[in-house]
Design a protein around this ligand. Structure first.
Ligand SMILES: Cc1cc2nc3c(=O)[nH]c(=O)nc-3n(C[C@H](O)[C@H](O)[C@H](O)COP(=O)(O)O)c2cc1C
Ligand code: SF4
Length: 422
């Protein structure tokens, strides 16, 4: 398979402008600026059927098309580089190894919606990535790709790198924008959506790093070449970051529609130490877990994961072998969400802590009859009843772990201990 997203990462000094340009970098930017009207750029991205890689899979070109052209306010593009979903580390690879592709994609998005200021909001902990990106931005500006009157076309654009402070909720787009404005990273109710009421109340496009990194390739090669890859509904390629009990963890680029079983067994070398697969979370910690037998016939695309009862999410594949205690795994994830809830809505603020406490007591042999139904009920009361989708993200994994491994949870309660951690 020809690589779209990881096309440059293995080249020595891939983060430099010199190497990026030698490999065709900024060709798409020049093409967009010199040969394409802004609407044509959006149309090309629409035609590629590129969908957002930040988790929700929203069509990218359609999102750009929602930005009102007649609105006199400034328009903004924000590249979401907050990447905080447990099990997800694919944006980080692009940022560190191919920063110019991320920047070029951000610039093309800005041109498409006629924005003159774009931001890259990077997770606070990614300090090396922030240095790499800032150096790349400086190089791009010195080369005349950014700034005033770019390449003599009269178009002006600044791209500003902003470092977050390490809060998961600042990856949610409205929380991110609140943080970028200088306030607390508190999400807002949607609608209105950022496309019309975003940063400082102005039209704003928020896109994930991986989404934007695919854009230069699409503009350079044309949408038809992109749609030739993937399945009927899920086009192109997708990055998956694989971690846990697997022989070869890492970031993989996969053509949409590839067999999930073959991917785990052949590409990633299978479960490590000769153990058996017990379960796998395919899309980051907020997505429902699949039992080993449920991956048969599943392909790596939006539709197939959904049909299997989970979601592609961020592509963070977390592999668990048969020595894993699923109660401890569920507790670990619940603890993360309890810690990261921003606290604005009571179902999420209270419910996440309740679930964490109940998982903890079950794991420590203090579970009570009725605890499993209690967690299911709390989870059901959070999902769909909160300001932002964090509530769903916290409740789905809790409910799925109990549904899929109920006998193990019951064993903890009846035996009053965890047999795996003895
Ligand atoms: C709790 C939560 C955390 C999120 N974290 C991220 C993140 O770290 N990176 C990201 O790109 N999108 C994240 N998102 C999704 C963003 O809200 C938004 O949908 C995305 O950045 C849009 O980009 P895309 O259309 O290119 O996917 C998160 C969403 C939620 C609900
Ligand atoms: S769902 Fe949770 S994280 Fe989202 S706004 Fe409400 S309290 Fe905050």
């Amino acid at each position: 398979m020809e690589k779209v997203l990881l096309r440059n990462v293995d080249a020595p000094e891939s983060h430099t402008l010199e190497v990026y340009r030698a490999r065709g970098g900024y060709r798409a930017w020049e093409k967009a600026l010199r040969e394409m009207a802004p609407e044509r750029v959006t149309d090309e991205v629409k035609a590629s059927n590129l969908r957002g890689r930040g988790g929700a899979g929203f069509p990218t070109g359609m999102k750009w098309g929602f930005v009102p052209k007649d609105n006199p306010k400034p328009k903004y593009v924000v590249c979401n580089a907050d990447e905080s979903e447990p099990g997800t580390f694919k944006d980080r690879l692009l940022i560190e190894k191919d920063p110019h592709a991320v920047i070029e994609g951000t610039m093309i998005a800005a041109y498409a919606i006629q924005s003159h200021t774009a931001f890259i909001y990077i997770r606070g902990e990614l300090s090396f990535g922030a240095t790499v990106l800032q150096n790349a931005l400086d190089e791009a500006e010195r080369a005349g790709y950014l700034g005033k009157n770019i390449l003599g076309t009269g178009y002006d654009l600044d791209v500003i790198l902003h470092r977050g402070a390490g809060a998961y909720i600042c990856g949610e787009e409205t929380g991110l924008l609140a943080s970028l404005e200088g306030g607390k990273g508190w999400p807002k109710v949607k609608p209105p959506f950022p496309a019309t009421h975003g940063l400082f109340g102005c039209p704003t496009v928020v896109n994930n790093v991986e989404t934007l990194a695919a854009v230069p390739w699409i503009i350079d090669r044309g949408a038809a070449q992109y749609t030739a890859l993937g399945t009927e509904k899920s086009k192109g390629t997708k990055l998956f970051s694989v971690s846990g009990h697997i022989q070869r963890p890492g970031v993989y680029e996969v053509e949409m529609g590839y067999s999930f079983k073959r991917f785990l067994e052949e590409d990633c070398g299978g479960v490590r130490n000769g153990k058996k697969l017990k379960g796998v979370i395919p899309g980051g910690a907020s997505m429902p877990v699949l039992r080993a037998e449920e991956i048969d016939g599943v392909t790596m695309d939006y539709e197939s994961f959904q049909a299997a009862g989970t979601l592609l999410g961020s592509g963070g594949v977390i592999v668990m072998d048969d020595s894993t205690c699923m109660v401890r795994a569920a507790w670990n994830i619940a603890r993360f969400f309890a810690h990261e809830s921003c606290g604005q809505c009571s179902p999420c603020r209270e419910g996440c802590h309740w679930m964490e406490k109940i998982f903890r007591r079950i794991e420590h042999g203090e579970g009570r009859a009725g605890d499993l139904d209690l967690i299911q009920s709390i989870s059901g009361n959070i999902a769909g009843n909160t300001i932002c989708p964090f509530g769903d993200a916290a409740s789905w994994p809790a409910a799925a772990f109990i549904k899929k491994y109920r006998e193990e949870f019951e064993e903890h309660i009846t035996k009053k201990k965890c047999v795996r951690m003895e």
